[in-house]
Design a protein around this ligand. Sequence first.
Ligand code: GDP
Ligand code: ZN
Length: 459
Amino acid sequence: MTLDTIAAISTAVGEGGIAVIRVSGPDAITESAKLFRSKSNIVDAPSHTVHYGHIVNPDDGEIVEEILLTIMRGPRSFTAEDVVELSTHGGVIAVKRVLALLLRQGSIRIAEPGEFTKRAFLNGRIDLTQAEAVIDLIRSKSDRAFTVAMKQAEGALSRKVKTLRHQLVELLAHIEVNIDYPEHDVTELTNQFILEKSRQACAEIDRLLKTAEEGKILREGIVTAIVGRPNVGKSSLLNALVQENKAIVTDIPGTTRDVIEEYITLGGIPLRLLDTAGIRETTDVVERIGVERSRTALEQADLILFVLNGNEPLHEDDRKLMEQLKGRPVIVLLNKSDLPSKLDTAELADFYTEESIVRMSVLNETGLDRLERVIRDMFFGGELESADLTYVSNVRHITLLHDARRSLTDAMEAIDNGIPIDIVQIDVRTAWEQLGEMIGDSVAESLIDQIFSQFCLGK
Ligand code: GDP
Ligand code: ZN
């Protein structure tokens, strides 16, 4: 398959920083050379070399931009094609002018979103899990999620899936032998073998699926609701947390909620904070709508920060809230600890352990570090620091893992019911195919397009 030559700005274009234009395809080097004035002759230059020079406008010989040009010859490049990267240090306008000159050449066209990664996949450079991990990288909203996506990009999940498939192929081979030589004693042994191998495979799939929930949490942030009566300090807390820990978020889908929403990272853990603007009984209709929304936010929450004013005795509304929050993951924040304590904590003991109660003063900024520790302990118990970061963080992967698991269960049930082995074989093969879809071994063209269209431009 011969593809044409594509180009795009592949770094976020910001003020002053370096911007990189990436060109990939058969004409990448020769076409760039036509615009590049330098001591080096890049057409003959070896792979993985960097050249200093200028981009000139071929019409009038005018220098457009001073650049560093990097050559990576296929297949030793990201796309496995000839790749040229032009690093400019000028602003937006200079970069666009260089790109425009490249595109004017005629044989280079602008890349579609995700097209570089799509080529890497089509050229066998990366598999689908890795490609999807690149999507996650682009979108990841925190350092931790970034690490997870990185690990996945390195192929941890692919390796696991490949091992699983390899085991299933062995199994299929076994069954094949049995179909060819169907003596009874062999059948009995084969059945035992299939049952055992299927059970093992299911256990491994379960393990992968278990990480899926964590993966989801990491990518989107732990949904954290801040609740409590009016004036206990919810908004102050939200502001304090956001000021210190605001996450760099680029593309959160439009939020038209009444609930204030902020993304932060606390000790490497991404949180999606929701200030629920005072949950309480009310007769006011307009206010009730707001309260309704707060309740929904509360139901969605993975974690609830229940703020109390330690300077006041426990209020009837506090007790109602405590009842309402029963069984949920709650951290109690006894706020305003800079003022005299008037709240009898014995009343809290029926509901909360000492570990889940944090005394704090948002005003004096005390207790926030303890809150961070409690959150960490609650969600990860240190497990996240373990070396094995095979997170399944993608809906398509989760679905396929479930499908493959079902196929294997079908195979095991078939054996238990004395179904002929060639029927059992179909189930095992289906499981093998479903796992194959995860790493792009048997995907339809349309699926590939669908996946790659999710990319940002230039990746
Ligand atoms: P919300 O209604 O729960 O969002 O409460 P606010 O964040 O609006 O705070 C209500 C009042 O309590 C404001 O006047 C805050 O300045 C004050 N406040 C918040 N945190 C503290 C604290 O730790 N100590 C003291 N003394 N006052 C606080
Ligand atoms: Zn408030």
